[in-house]
Ligand binder design. Structure first.
Ligand code: GAP
Length: 490
C-alpha cells in the first residue's frame, strides 16, 4: 500500500486534498494522471452498461435535492453508523470497527484489551493479552481472547475498555448513532426549513426521476437507469487511502423488473455481469471474491458484494442488492405521485422491483492500482510498472524520437504523434536515454511506446513498437499501429 500511495503522489495520480494547509482528512484530489484514469473507468463503464445495452438509459441528477427525498428514502431517520468517542483524546471511532475482549487468567478477568479492526487483529489482541498477564505478574492459564465489537459491549463494560488513543479505560462513551449525511443550507433563510443534504448515494436521484424517464422515454420492463456522480458521507473513520473517503463517486444502476419476475435469477445475472466487467478491464479473477450478506435491511431481499483483495485485506468493491419496490413505494407515499408502470406484455400495472448494482469509482480505481502495480527486473535493473488494461491506462501510447538532436527524426516522430493524438491520449517524450524514457512510461502504465529511428526515415517507414509488460519490441507499419491500438481499446 505504501508503494502505491508513494507512486500515486510521485507521478501525479492522487494528492491529499488541501495539502498546502496540512491536508484534509477523507478528501482527495486527482492529478493529471489520476483524472485520466478516473475518466477512463467511468467511460468504460458508461460505454458497456449504457451505450452497449438497449435496456439501460443514462441520467445525471442534481447533487442537492429536496430534503423530502431523504426523509422518504429513510436516510434522514436511519443513515447512520454507530460511533464511540474518547472524552480525553477527543478521538472518534466507528463502534463496529473497534474491538475489545476481557483478558482472563485462570478464569478471572484481569483487565480488558481493545484494538481497531484490521486483518491481523486477533494475533495482535492475543499478544496484548499476553503482555498484560506478564506485566501484572499473573500466574496461570490465559483464557481464549474472544473479540467482540463495541456495539456488543454490555453497558457495565464501557468503563473498563481502554481507549485506543490513550490505552487507558474510563474515557469511552457508550455507542451512539451518527448520521453520515452532510448538511448544508439552501437560500437566504437561516432557520431549520432551509437545511438540505449533499447526497450520500446517487441512487435516490434515479428513483426521484423514474417517473420522468418512464414518461419521456420508450422504456419497457425490464429496464435500467444508470448514473455516475459524486456522493458524500461524513464517514467517522475515513481510511485506507481512497478506499473509504468522505467525497467519492458512484456508478449506480437501478434495474426495474416485474414483481413476478424471477428476481433471484436476475440478481445472479447481474452479479455475473458485474464480475465479467471487472475482469474485462483488467482485475484478475483470483483477487475477486463474493460476500453474500446474511444481515439484510428489512426491505432488501438479497445483497451480494463482489470483494477485492486490497493490500489491507478482502473488502467490498461492488454491492449488488435486490431491493424489492421499497424506494418507489416510499416515494409514491411521500410525494403522492403514482409510481406504477403499465407492463404492455403482461397487461398489468404495478410498482416495479429493483436490482441495484452500486460501485464506487474511487474504490475501483484503488483496486485497479493495486492489481496493476508490479515490480520486476529488466536487464538486471529493478523496475516498477503499472499493468493497466489499455482501456484504463491514462496514456495509450507514447511517441519517442530515438535522438533529440536529429531534426529529421524529431520531425517525423512529431508528425506521427500529431496523428495519434487525434485518436488516443498520446505522450510525447524526446528527452533522456531511450531506456529511461521507457521506464517512465512503464511506471505510469502506458501500454505501448513507439520509437522513430533511422530505419523509419531511411528505409521502410516502419516504427519500433515496444510492449510495456514483456518489453518486447517489433517493427510495425503505421497502419498496423492503428489497428492494434483500436483493437485494444474495445
Ligand atoms: N445505493 C446503494 C449504496 O450506496 P453502498 O454499499 O453504501 O450502497 C455502494 O455503496 C458502493 O459505493 C460501495 O460498494 C463502494 O464501492 C462505494 N462506497 C461507499 N461508501 C464509500 C466511501 N466512503 N468511500 C468510497 N467509496 C464508497
Amino acid at each position: 500500500m505504501d508503494a502505491i500511495v508513494a507512486l500515486c503522489k510521485r507521478r501525479g495520480f492522487i494528492f491529499q486534498s488541501s495539502e498546502i494547509y496540512g491536508g484534509y482528512n477523507g478528501f482527495f484530489d486527482f492529478g493529471p494522471l489520476g483524472v485520466e484514469l478516473k475518466k477512463n473507468i467511468k467511460d468504460a463503464w458508461w460505454k458497456d452498461m449504457v451505450h452497449r445495452r438497449a435496456d439501460i438509459e443514462g441520467l445525471d441528477s442534481s447533487i442537492i435535492m429536496s430534503p423530502k427525498i431523504w426523509v422518504a428514502s429513510g436516510h434522514v431517520g436511519g443513515f447512520s453508523d454507530p460511533m464511540v468517542d474518547c472524552k480525553v483524546s477527543k478521538m472518534r471511532y466507528r463502534a463496529d470497527q473497534f474491538f475489545f475482549a476481557p483478558v482472563r487468567v485462570n478464569n478471572e478477568t484481569i483487565g480488558y484489551i481493545s484494538i481497531l479492526e484490521d486483518g491481523k487483529m486477533q494475533a495482535e489482541a492475543e499478544a496484548a493479552a499476553e503482555k498484560m498477564k506478564r506485566k501484572g505478574g499473573h500466574q496461570g492459564e490465559l483464557g481464549p481472547i474472544e473479540l467482540k465489537d463495541y456495539t456488543e459491549a454490555d453497558p457495565s463494560e464501557y468503563e473498563l475498555i481502554p481507549s485506543p488513543a490513550t490505552g487507558e479505560p474510563g474515557s469511552l462513551t457508550p455507542p451512539r448513532e451518527f448520521n453520515l449525511m452532510f448538511e448544508t443550507k439552501v437560500g437566504a433563510l437561516s432557520d431549520s426549513s432551509d437545511v438540505a443534504y449533499l447526497r450520500p448515494e446517487t441512487a435516490q436521484g434515479i428513483f426521484a426521476n423514474y417517473r420522468n424517464v418512464v414518461d419521456t422515454g420508450r422504456v419497457k420492463i425490464p429496464f435500467g437507469i444508470a448514473q455516475i456522480g459524486k456522493a458524500f458521507r461524513n464517514e467517522i473513520t475515513p481510511k485506507n487511502f481512497i478506499f473509504r473517503s468522505r467525497e467519492f463517486e458512484q456508478m449506480e444502476i437501478e434495474y426495474f423488473i416485474s414483481p413476478e419476475a424471477d428476481w433471484e435469477a436476475i440478481h445472479q445475472d447481474w452479479i455475473a455481469c458485474c464480475q465479467n466487467w471487472l475482469l474485462s478491464i483488467g482485475l484478475p479473477e483470483e483477487m475477486l471474491g463474493r460476500d453474500v450478506h446474511e444481515k439484510l435491511a428489512h426491505y432488501a431481499r438479497a445483497c451480494t458484494d463482489i470483494t477485492f483483495e486490497f493490500p489491507f485485506g478482502k473488502q467490498e468493491l461492488w454491492g449488488i442488492a435486490a431491493r424489492s419496490n421499497f424506494d418507489l413505494t416510499q416515494h409514491a407515499e411521500h410525494s403522492g405521485k403514482p409510481m406504477e408502470i403499465f407492463d404492455e406484455a403482461a397487461k398489468k400495472k404495478y410498482i416495479p422491483h429493483v436490482i441495484e448494482p452500486s460501485l464506487g469509482v474511487d474504490r475501483l480505481l484503488l483496486a485497479l492500482l493495486t492489481a496493476a502495480y508490479t515490480e520486476d527486473e529488466v536487464g538486471g535493473e529493478k523496475r516498477s510498472l503499472m499493468k493497466f488494461h489499455p482501456r484504463i491506462a491514462p496514456y495509450k501510447v507514447a511517441v519517442l524520437p530515438l535522438l533529440k538532436n536529429k531534426p529529421q527524426l524529431v520531425e517525423r516522430a512529431h508528425g506521427i504523434y500529431e496523428k495519434l493524438q487525434k485518436r488516443y491520449n498520446t505522450f510525447w517524450d524526446a528527452s533522456g536515454a531511450i531506456g529511461r524514457r521507457y521506464r517512465r512510461m512503464d511506471e505510469i502504465g502506458t501500454p505501448w511506446c513507439v520509437t522513430i529511428d533511422f530505419d523509419t526515415i531511411e528505409k521502410d517507414g516502419t516504427v519500433t513498437l515496444r510492449d510495456r509488460d514483456t518489453t518486447e519490441q517489433k517493427r510495425v507499419t503505421e497502419e498496423e499501429l492503428y489497428t492494434l491500438l483500436d483493437a485494444s481499446l474495445h
